[in-house]
Design a protein around this ligand. Sequence first.
Ligand code: AVJ
Length: 319
Amino acid sequence: MNDFQLTRTLDEHAAETALRTDVHDGLTRSPKSLPPKWFYDARGSELFEEITRLPEYYPTRAEREILLERAREIASVSGARTLVELGSGSSEKTRHLIEALPALDTYIPVDVSESALTGAAKILLEEHPGLRVHALLADFTRALRLPDSPGPRLVVFLGGTIGNLLPPERAVFLADVRAMLSPGDALLMGTDLVKDPAVLVSAYDDAQGVTAEFNGNVLSVVNRELGADFHTADFAHVAVWNREHEWIEMRLRARRQVVVKVRALDLEVPFEAGEEILTEISAKFRQDGVRKELASAGLELTHWWTDAAGRFALSLSVA
Ligand code: AVJ
């Protein structure tokens, strides 16, 4: 690969320390929880790709529909020479934007998965030999220092991943993004929208059980990385709509009473039968809420696009 650079802001050691802290804190508090970022080892990333192709999981297709429809408009409004993608994963949807941005010089994918970063860069560089790709192995929920690159910059945060953050975490995240932007730069963000709870619940509890396997995969990650002895079969996948907060909760529910040992933490974790671990929230939004959250971070919503069915939105905002 000619024009590829990777900067690690997460050394292996930092990642392991973060996992240890998260697992220790999450499994010793009540109710128990584990942060969703630990779903995405190689297997988890593969399972997520499979989720995006499920009939019940509409957000990826809805967002792709908007991007295809609006790529030219987004490109002409932003005029971006640098595209920064937070939580880039496979960079599959970004391709449409890259193709629409004639002045694009540098693509900066940011992700915690090194395999996703190198895999996506390889494909993109084959398709766009003139593009510079400077990947950042980093946790996008931390304030980032971006490599030098020409402006204007378009920062994109797709998939509705903002919904995995709690409201106070979203406020910090958006303020950090705001701090990365100079005049003329913009943020393009995907948000899944509030809709019929039955549609939402089946998107997170599909008939084939792929989401269930994705959810349980976090236990395999803890087993492998921290020497825990979770039996994934002891935990059932649960997806519920929290109507007060307007978010989906994914949980893992102990099917019986169990005690799990986490060797690397010298920790024993007792579970009552029926006790749950909260593994993810996936918040759903309304335009007004998005506008307000952006405004609180010093960002002004300038464009709001949805798919034809009104299930998902892309917002563009400026500093
Ligand atoms: C990748 C965070 C957008 O919240 O919908 C899919 C992850 N979890 N099915 C989402 C996910 C369960 C997904 N995001």
